[in-house]
Design a protein. Structure first.
Lengths: 166, 394
């Protein structure tokens, strides 16, 4: 565990924790963005440039902006004063701890952790591009078609109906 | 040591290597990073200072006035006077503002603007980091600028700044798509996302003419689309709606004063230089000379000459074109620039698979010119041009 990993991990955890704990919705989004950026930096530290930059582009550049826009569009004049902690925090905490314990136990006792790690493959962006364009070209095209359909659907929903001439 | 063109070209890498010799081996990575970063932190803000003077002088010339002429010869010391003014001004923060976010917004903007320079090859062997996903890095960093603009507009708690931020974010999102699509043709042709290898591909000559990507039909179209999108991304006239002085005063940074305002100004100009730098890298051959007999001039000189040319073009456009309306802005992005970028990608593919010769020049030019003209005609068809009547102001 290196120093840079520790700093990034603290940043990520603090950001996402603040996103849950803060009152103001815009503050929550900004804190979550710090978490996203921390995850991206962790990817970069692992040498996964493509994933890291895509994480920044998609989550910081698009998802955070989308969330912020959604908050602005649906903004109520007086913000609802809800307590930051749910009254069921105790049971919620127990469930969360139990899920974490089961997952940790499964990972620790599973076969994956016992095997020696294979040497890290040196994957660069070009290889990812080649794989997407040759081996996985059909899934890629299907995803593209799906996203285009979603885009057109969104435009159709948002489009003004032509009003009847008076 | 004899000063040959080669040593003059490589004088900065050589100097860095020489300076690193004085540092103990354990501190060398850190010292190397500092020695690479500091020149960028000095050179580009300096260019910003020169550009503010050039812009005010140039605009003044176009508007038939003198421009700054009180400080120093030809008003050359104006940037220094501006800096002193903005440093000594009171820092006013609105009482209802969100103080933390209000404080962070200009810092995020300037940090993101500087980060973009990490992948720009300023000269031969003069790039901060040669990443094999360099272009992707550039756009990833560019997308964080939107967030800082939103932070500034929202945290000021002012209607004008919020309106400005909404306009800015909507505009940046709309023009980011054609911008990325316009660069894809280059990536297709160069087969790499690394800015260094993209420039290397263009630094070859046929006769005396270089292999710049702008000298192909798809490259020229890509360059034009990229520059339109770059103007919109950097919020410059005719796409300066987010700050439109006559409508919403100064947009998202209206509630900033003193040095924070100067930081916004700096961040905006740095962003413009960085996108121009990327345009140079992708389309105009980066640091390579425009003719083979001019290669003796150092590579960084060519980069900055090209950058200054693009800046001059930006100033010229600002002095020439009026501001667009919001619907015109969106129509241009989604109905003209985006379809043309998609068609351009198709043409680049056709170019790649056709045999070299005049035939592919003809086919590709025709394939680009026809949709370009047809789209313009189709967009103009429904418009009725008439003398505008005003309902409220007579």
């Amino acid at each position: 565990m290196t120093v840079s990993f520790l700093i990034l991990a603290i940043l990520t955890v603090a950001g996402t924790a603040a996103a849950m704990g803060l009152r103001n919705a815009v503050h929550c989004v900004l804190a979550l963005t710090v978490g996203f950026a921390g995850v991206a930096a962790l990817y970069l530290q692992l040498g996964a440039q493509f994933v890291g930059f895509t994480q920044i582009m998609v989550y910081v550049g698009a998802v955070a902006i989308l969330a912020v826009f959604a908050i602005m569009m649906t903004h109520t004049p007086t913000p609802v004063q809800l307590p930051a902690y749910s009254p069921h925090w105790f049971w919620g905490g127990i469930v969360a701890a139990a899920v974490f314990a089961v997952l940790a136990w499964a990972i620790r006792s599973g076969t994956a952790s016992a095997q020696a790690l294979p040497p890290q493959p040196d994957i660069n962006v070009q290889q990812i591009g080649d794989a997407l364009m040759h081996r996985y070209v059909l899934p890629l095209e299907i995803m593209g078609l799906l996203l285009t359909a979603a885009l057109i659907g969104a435009v159709v929903i948002a489009m003004d109906r032509k009003e009847e001439p008076k | 040591m004899i000063l040959t063109p080669q040593t003059l070209d490589q004088i900065f890498p050589i100097a860095k290597h020489w300076l690193l010799g004085f540092v103990p081996a354990t501190a060398q990575p850190l010292a190397s990073a500092i020695l690479s970063v500091v020149p960028i932190l000095i050179a580009f803000p300096l260019l910003f200072a020169i550009t503010t003077w050039l812009e005010r002088k140039g605009l003044g010339r176009m508007q038939n006035r003198l421009g700054p002429n009180r400080t120093g010869p030809f008003g050359l010391l104006q940037p220094i006077a501006d800096a002193v003014k903005s440093l000594t001004k009171e820092d006013i923060v609105p009482i209802t503002a969100d103080h933390v976010v209000h404080f962070l917004a200009p810092l995020v903007l300037v940090a993101a603007a500087f980060l973009a320079y990490a992948v720009l090859p300023i000269g031969r062997n003069m790039v901060l980091v040669n990443m094999n996903a360099g272009v992707l890095f550039f756009f990833a960093i560019g997308s964080t600028v939107e967030l800082s603009v939103f932070m500034a507009g929202w945290s000021s708690r002012s209607k004008y700044s919020l309106l400005g931020a909404m306009r800015a974010v909507a505009q940046m999102i709309s023009y980011e798509i054609p911008m990325v699509l316009a660069t894809i043709v280059i990536i297709m042709q160069a087969g790499s996302l690394s800015t260094v290898s993209i420039v290397d591909k263009q630094a070859a000559y046929t006769g005396i003419f270089p292999h710049w990507f702008v000298f192909t039909p798809w490259g020229f179209m890509g360059f034009a689309l990229f520059m339109i999108a770059a103007t919109a991304e950097s919020n410059r006239s005719p796409f300066d709606l987010p700050e439109g002085e006559s409508e919403i005063i100064a947009g998202y940074y209206i509630e900033y004063s003193g040095f924070k305002f100067a930081l916004f100004f700096l961040g905006e100009y740095l962003g413009m230089f960085a996108t121009s730098g990327l345009a140079i890298t992708l389309f105009l051959g980066g640091w390579s000379a425009p003719f083979s007999f001019l290669t003796w001039i150092p590579s960084y000189v060519w980069f900055f000459l090209k950058l200054l040319t693009l800046i001059a073009a930006f100033i010229w456009i600002r002095g020439t074109l009026p501001r667009l309306r919001m619907d015109q802005l969106m129509n241009l992005a989604w109905k003209y620039v985006l379809p043309m970028a998609l068609i351009n990608m198709l043409v680049a593919g056709i170019w790649h698979f056709m045999p070299t010769g005049p035939a592919r020049w003809l086919v590709c030019t025709a394939l680009l010119a026809a949709p370009c003209i047809l789209l313009s005609l189709a967009l103009k068809r429904k418009k009725r041009f008439q003398v505008r009547t005003y309902r409220f102001a007579e």
